[in-house]
Design a protein around this ligand. Structure first.
Ligand code: ASP
Length: 591
């Protein structure tokens, strides 16, 4: 139907007769001459219709925004002074000779020819129109380049693309499952995979050696943060490898993708133990673009008369930490109040601070509601430890360690963003040496990664002190975002048994949930490990999008629904009967 895309016409085609198809982006009537900007995925081209051929002119006059047209015309240089250097096609225009309307359009729900702020619900309802906008086209085109780069780099390293089932059993990533009722097995359900974890391990047992898949994963979580119920992972697994091998291979891939798509070259990634990340950044995904660090001062605060500090300082689970903001004295009362509210979200009961006005005057040079509680020696030691200077501001967190870490860790990122403290554009790193387990609120242990992650100690040591055990897991972090994570797996049935014991998963439950994996481990399982990257987050970072919804063609809303297709929806009674299901609707409370 066409000889060219609209967006690829340049001076190279001058004097040629070309045919292209696309959407009418804009129509202008310049006193007897009609200008149409016609758009396709490659860009826009300007077409001019003179009134000399009447029916052609009348058709051009009749078309409206978003009509689909096919145009034949002659490419010519734009008249002097009308060249647009910002457009690929900006040096030329097309003199229209024929125009055919392939499809008419109603007036779209929002204009597409200029930026207009439209609510996300409207954009999602008319997603097919929203996706016509250049920014959205660019993001999805870049997404496609990224997945193609992923495949190129993994295939170059010998990874095979193998699909794993979508209708399966629960997979152990710790979220709620999406269930699918079985028609042929009354009362039984499939679960959609939270990840291909177990299957990729089985593929290693089968000897495929290196597997990857761009895999859909499903997790029925509360969508508080920027999450989607279905999302995409770059999932991989390899045999006869240790953690250095996996980190090396995946780092090569990520470096390759950034080079291919943005032309950015990363140096070698730093490796940071989990304990250091928590100590200095209060987070297991530190944003190293921000040059602020948490510093512990428990040892200085144990004996002060201020219980808010001395309590947590003496508590084994507590922490007193500072965050020094250079030149922070310039913050206003209002700003500090806002930051106090902000840390409240993370459970902090307040946000103590000291403004360092004159560090040589320990009596009167420190300005703060709490300074009177700190003996002069403590003030002195504090300023020395933090290397504080006049004009700096010191924030404090004092509480259970996890609250302090969450609150000051988040404050650090917020200050970085609000005050634009970034020192570099990209800050990738590996976080390593994670603990094997964490304690739930109810006090029992759960796997920090998943229960197939190998510990870095022996089964005996693991049993003796599970809370101290470290795992062979690793996370790749970029700009404070966890891009991916994985681990070396347990390939020894006895070790797997020990982990289940520590987790209090009894024999019956083990068999019920993962019997097939435990069996497989008995038939010659190679040492293996892997990792999964969140593709949506990766694309979000590379495209600079604000949310993962911006880089997914048809995302769900915050309530896990699709406003365009109106899914989820009710189904016919016969369908329910086939599935052996009787629906019990929640009783809605009377207002
Ligand atoms: N299956 C893990 C996840 O989804 C990744 C991995 O361990 O490879 O987080």
């Amino acid at each position: 139907m066409r000889t060219h895309y609209c967006g690829e016409l340049t001076s190279a085609q001058v004097e040629e007769t070309v045919t292209f198809c696309g959407w009418v982006h804009r129509r202008r009537d310049h006193g007897g001459v009609i200008f149409l900007d016609v758009r396709d995925r490659e860009g826009l081209v300007q077409v001019v219709f003179d009134p000399d051929v009447e029916d052609v002119f009348n058709t051009a006059d009749r078309v409206r925004s978003e009509y689909v047209v096919r145009i034949t015309g002659r490419v010519r240089p734009r008249p002097e002074g009308t060249v647009n250097p910002n457009m690929r096609t900006g040096e030329i225009e097309v003199l229209g000779k024929e125009i055919e309307v392939l499809s008419a359009s109603q007036t779209p729900a929002f204009p597409l020819d200029n930026y207009s702020p439209v609510g996300e619900d409207v954009r999602l309802k008319y997603r097919y129109l929203d996706l016509r906008r250049t920014e959205m086209q660019e993001k999805l085109i870049l997404r496609s380049k990224i997945t193609s780069s992923v495949r190129k780099h993994l295939e170059a390293q010998g990874f095979l693309d193998i699909e794993t089932p979508i209708l399966t059993r629960a997979t152990p990533e710790g979220a709620r499952d999406y269930l699918v009722p079985s028609r042929t097995h009354a009362g039984e359900f499939f679960a959609l995979p939270q990840s291909p974890q177990l299957f990729k391990q089985l593929l290693m047992v089968s000897g495929f050696d290196r597997y990857y898949q761009i895999a859909k994963c499903f997790r029925d979580e509360d969508l508080r943060a920027d999450r989607q119920p279905e999302f995409t992972q770059i999932d991989m697994e390899a045999s006869f490898v240790n953690e250095e091998d996996i980190m090396g291979m995946t780092e090569t891939m990520i470096r390759g993708i950034f080079k291919d798509t943005l032309g950015v070259e990363f140096g070698e990634f730093q490796h940071m133990p989990f304990s250091e990340a928590m100590e200095k950044y209060g987070s297991d995904k530190p944003d190293l673009r921000i040059p602020l660090e948490l510093v512990s001062v428990d040892d200085l605060m144990g004996e002060v008369e201020f219980k808010v500090f001395s309590g947590p300082a003496k508590d084994d689970d507590g922490r007193v930490a500072t965050l020094l903001l250079p030149k922070g004295s310039e913050l206003t009362r209002k700003q500090i109040d806002d930051y106090t509210k902000f840390v409240g979200i993370y459970g902090a009961k307040g946000l103590a601070y000291i403004k360092v006005n004159d560090k040589s005057d320990l009596e009167n040079g420190l300005q703060s509601p709490i300074v009177k509680f700190l003996p002069v020696e403590v003030r002195q030691a504090l300023l020395e430890r933090l290397d504080a200077n006049d004009g700096d501001l010191i924030f404090f967190g004092a509480d259970k360690a996890n609250i302090v870490n969450d609150a000051l860790g988040a404050l650090r990122c917020k200050l970085g963003a609000d005050l634009d403290l970034y020192t570099q554009e990209w800050a990738p790193l590996w976080v390593v040496d994670f603990p094997m387990f964490e304690k739930t609120k109810e006090g029992h242990l759960t796997a920090l990664h998943h229960p197939f992650t190998a510990p870095s100690c022996s089964p005996e040591a693991l049993k003796a002190a599970p809370e101290k055990a470290l795992s062979r897991a690793y996370d790749m972090v970029l700009n404070g975002v966890e891009l991916g994570g994985g681990s070396i797996r347990i390939h020894d049935p006895a070790m797997q048994q020990t982990v289940f014991e520590v987790l209090n998963i009894d024999e019956a439950e083990q068999q019920e949930k993962f019997g097939f994996l435990l069996d497989a481990l008995k038939f010659g399982a190679p040492p293996h490990g892997g990792l999964a990257f969140g593709l949506d987050r990766l694309v979000m970072l590379i495209t600079g999008a604000e949310s993962i919804r911006e880089v997914i063609a048809f995302p769900k809303t915050q309530t896990a629904a699709c406003v365009m297709t109106d899914a989820p929806g009710e189904v016919a009674p016969e369908q329910l009967r086939d599935l052996h299901i009787r629906v019990r609707k929640p009783v809605t409370e009377e207002k």
